[in-house]
Design a protein around this ligand. Structure first.
Ligand SMILES: *[C@@H]1O[C@H](CO)[C@@H](O)[C@H](O)[C@H]1NC(C)=O
Ligand SMILES: *[C@@H]1O[C@H](CO)[C@@H](O)[C@H](O)[C@H]1NC(C)=O
Ligand SMILES: *[C@@H]1O[C@H](CO)[C@@H](O)[C@H](O)[C@H]1NC(C)=O
Ligand SMILES: *[C@@H]1O[C@H](CO)[C@@H](O)[C@H](O)[C@H]1NC(C)=O
Ligand SMILES: *[C@@H]1O[C@H](CO)[C@@H](O)[C@H](O)[C@H]1NC(C)=O
Length: 527
């Protein structure tokens, strides 16, 4: 599988972002969090050797934090494979670091070593594993046990504090689902209660949005192996927009495999934006890097660590998907004329948006064409999964066709042939629903979202109108490297009615997908 990764798996790059002048953690106002962008070992050894390589990578990053962290998060599917399953207790009284009488013998050695690492570093630790659970046989095809895609949370002693089994599976034919979705939360000794989930969950109401809406969770952890999609769903872009829209803190740890389209980690502080983030987009090999930040426990200001966000003139190596339904948007193409301005109203179904903008050309030939667009649609992901979305936005296109929107330019970046948006404002009236998430959604050439200092986002009730919300997104300063500038609404419950049908359609295609899945683009996968 993915043979071209072979060349890169040996390349190792362990970088630890250093923080200087850090406030004392545990003071109540801040905690120190780390998220790992992590390249898993995929080839070049037996499953034992690959696990050992990954485990050593984890241990090195944990040790590299020097015992300064309060919580560390590692990504989805970057540790063990289905050939190296482990039992995961729901909770333990004692540290898993040493054996106790009555312990489950199926708890694997690597999990115990991670428990020891958590204890040695005196940190909470979140890892994602392939779990083997001995459970009641229900189906006739049963193999006698279930496999779950599972987050495990260790406390500072290495005891298991919380466990979460993934609900929204994505192309994981060997993996089982629990009977009902779990809402996993845990409380820490620094006074913060976290909720946690896995990758694809983020695009659905249960359990991700439910943790925020129903349980009032303000600090959220997600482990990911996420395949980025243009124009609206690249990894860090979605993470930052989700955290801003919910006004919550989000710790996101992502697997790092750019040639498979997978990268993206960060720590986002609600409406304050990203404290640290990474998208490995301009290089072929993934990274093993821990991003650390001082995260405020409540309303105080977080410490922004400048992460090197590469925007050098080179080609993007990250293999990006394109939104499959882009052709159904109602759009208007911007004329590439210097010193232009436009004021447009575009509608589709029950959504109308107003666009006001002005722009200059920076060179004779622009790298991108741009369109304004609006869409009310049931969109599909690569597998037969659907979401109902309402979107208004500006997005970049490779040429003057709508079908080229969401494709990167063939030209090298940064050659000065861009379009400078001197002003840009989008507003729309979005229909209200009980289960809805309206997100600011922006993206620049570096594949990062604009920070709140660069863009203003507001949402307000429409006077004398209780069926719609007015929302607006506006540039605070001219912007030369825009790929996307949009209002993205995920309407969760409108999809629910045909969700069951979609799941069954999905299962029917699984046999086919199993054979070829490694050659297909995937949005959230595990190896
Ligand atoms: C850990 O300690 C080493 C050696 O003292 C130092 O170079 C490094 O910056 C420290 N790392 C952090 C995250 O503080
Ligand atoms: C778990 O998944 C396997 C593989 O898809 C399936 O054969 C088995 O029946 C599932 N077990 C349960 C309890 O659903
Ligand atoms: C966002 O959360 C912070 C504290 O977590 C709070 O001070 C602020 O008022 C919230 N903003 C909105 C728009 O709810
Ligand atoms: C566009 O106009 C601005 C000022 O109006 C000028 O500085 C710039 O050189 C022009 N760009 C092109 C490509 O003609
Ligand atoms: C509320 O606003 C929407 C969108 O502008 C409009 O279509 C609808 O008619 C308004 N409803 C009322 C009661 O004014």
């Amino acid at each position: 599988m993915i043979m071209w990764l072979n060349r890169f798996w040996l390349l190792s790059c362990v970088v630890v972002v250093h923080l200087s002048g850090r406030p004392v953690s545990g003071s109540g106002e801040f905690y120190t969090a780390g998220v790992a962008e992590f390249r898993p070992a995929v080839f070049g050894g037996s499953s034992e050797q690959l696990l050992e390589d990954n485990l050593n990578g984890y241990l090195e990053l944990i040790a590299g934090a020097n015992g300064t962290s309060d919580i560390l998060v590692f990504p989805e599917a970057t540790l063990n494979s289905v050939l190296q399953l482990t039992a995961v207790p729901e909770q333990t009284e004692h540290s898993l670091c040493e054996a106790h009488e009555g312990d489950d013998p199926r708890v694997a050695e690597f999990l115990r070593r991670l428990a020891c690492a958590a204890r040695d570093a005196r940190t909470y630790l979140v890892v994602n594993v392939k779990e083997r659970a001995e459970e009641h046989a229900t189906a006739s095809t049963d193999r006698g046990y279930n496999i779950y895609n599972t987050n495990v949370v260790f406390d500072r002693q290495g005891a298991v504090l919380s466990r979460y089994r993934k609900w929204n599976l994505y192309l994981e034919p060997l993996t089982n689902r629990t009977q009902t979705a779990e809402l996993a939360t845990f409380r820490t000794d620094f006074g913060v209660t976290f909720g946690h989930f896995i990758c694809f969950d983020m695009l659905f109401y249960t359990p991700a949005q439910e943790l925020v809406d129903r349980l009032g969770i303000r600090h959220v952890i997600v482990t990911k192996m996420f395949n980025s999609e243009l124009p609206f769903l690249t990894a860090s872009q979605l993470q930052q927009g989700w955290a801003w829209a919910n006004n919550v803190t989000l710790l996101a740890a992502g697997a790092s495999m750019p040639l498979a389209g997978i990268s993206g980690s960060g720590i986002y502080d609600g409406q304050q934006g990203a404290l640290t983030r990474i998208m490995v987009s301009h290089r072929a090999e993934g990274q093993r890097q821990l991003l650390l930040a001082q995260v405020p426990t409540d309303g105080s200001q977080g410490t922004s660590t400048p992460t090197e966000e590469e925007e050098s003139p080179s080609t993007v190596q990250l293999k990006l998907l394109q939104q499959p339904d882009i052709g159904s948007f109602s759009t208007w193409a911007l004329p590439l004329v210097n010193g232009s301005a436009a004021s447009k109203r575009l509608c589709q179904a029950d959504l109308c948006c107003d666009f006001q903008l002005s722009w200059n050309l920076l060179g004779a030939q622009a790298e991108y064409h741009y369109r304004l667009g609006v869409s009310v649609a049931e969109r599909r992901y690569e597998q037969e999964q659907y979401s109902s979305i309402r979107v208004c936005g500006l997005f970049a296109c490779r040429d003057d066709s709508l079908e080229s929107c969401g494709l990167l330019s063939n030209q090298l970046e940064g050659h000065g042939g861009g379009v400078e948006f001197t002003s840009l404002r989008i507003s729309g009236e979005f229909v209200k629903r009980p289960r809805r998430l309206l997100m600011p959604n922006t993206l620049t050439y570096g594949l990062y979202a604009l920070q709140p200092s660069e863009v203003a986002w507001t949402m307000q009730e429409v006077p004398a109108n209780d069926s719609h919300t007015h929302t607006q997104l506006e540039l605070r300063q001219p912007q030369r490297q825009l790929l996307t500038f949009a209002l993205y609404g995920n309407y969760f419950e409108e999809f629910a009615s045909n969700g069951v049908a979609a799941v069954w359609r999905g299962m029917l295609t699984l046999c086919l997908l199993l054979a070829i899945s490694m050659h297909l683009p995937i949005l959230c996968n595990s190896f």
